[in-house]
Design a protein around this ligand. Structure first.
Ligand code: CA
Length: 226
């Protein structure tokens, strides 16, 4: 689900919300003061912040302003009073939504999901890529070879997608590790080789008799018939 930062000085409320949200599958971090909250907002990079406007160390709007200076994270402000002026000022100061105490776990969970939906970047336009009989449909996460479905693991799928999208180009193993696995490259790492060999088997070829995945010695691989 989401990583939620709760900034709330009331220990009972803080613990209650923390447990309720964790029980709904969120990862929750909590702070009791505005300054600790600001630190956690930077250190933990939460997906959303629940910010109590009545904190002991800083005025709520000041806390919100400082948070906005260091992060674009969506913020739901929590107020104790249903005063329209306070909410409007909070929204003007950069809050994305507000709730009024007392609030239930269900309500706050719904608000969190709504804020995340609103602030999510638009889905990238997913384009089907195709080369040498292999067709990848990113929207359905399916791959076919000459029209027949390929049974791929998620990693094999990502690897094949990456290669087919760059058909004809030499792709280095370093690039595959950092882009497909998102880990740092070490020369001894055989992850890429192992997955390439599995992928080759599923495409009906071997490193010795390649058809689509060609080894470019000391550099990497290239997808596509020569
Ligand atoms: Ca408070």
């Amino acid at each position: 689900m989401a990583k939620v930062l709760i900034v709330e000085d009331d220990a009972t409320i803080r613990t209650g919300v923390l447990k309720a949200l964790a029980g709904r599958g969120h990862v929750v971090v909590a702070a009791a003061t505005a300054l600790d909250g600001l630190k956690l907002a930077v250190a933990e990079a939460p997906d959303v912040v629940l910010l109590d406007l009545g904190l002991p160390d800083l005025d709520g709007r000041e806390a919100l302003r400082m948070l906005r200076a260091v992060s674009q994270v969506p913020v739901i402000v929590v107020t104790a009073r249903r005063t329209e002026g306070e909410m409007v000022r909070a929204l003007d100061a950069g809050a994305d939504d507000y709730v009024v105490k007392p609030y239930g776990a269900e309500q706050i969970d719904a608000r969190i999901r709504a804020v995340l939906r609103r602030t999510a970047p638009p889905e990238p336009v997913s384009l089907v890529v195709e080369a040498d009989g292999v067709r990848i449909d990113p929207r359905a996460r399916t791959a076919t070879l000459d029209g027949a479905a390929l049974e791929l693991t998620p990693r094999e799928y990502d690897l094949l997608h990456y290669l087919v999208a760059r058909a004809g180009e030499v792709v280095t193993k370093r690039e595959l590790l950092t882009e497909v696995w998102q880990v740092a490259y070490t020369a001894a790492d055989k992850t890429v080789d192992v997955h390439l060999s599995w992928l080759r088997r599923k495409l009906g070829e071997t490193a010795q008799e390649p058809r689509r995945i060609h080894t470019v010695r000391r550099v990497g691989v290239r997808f596509g018939r020569v």
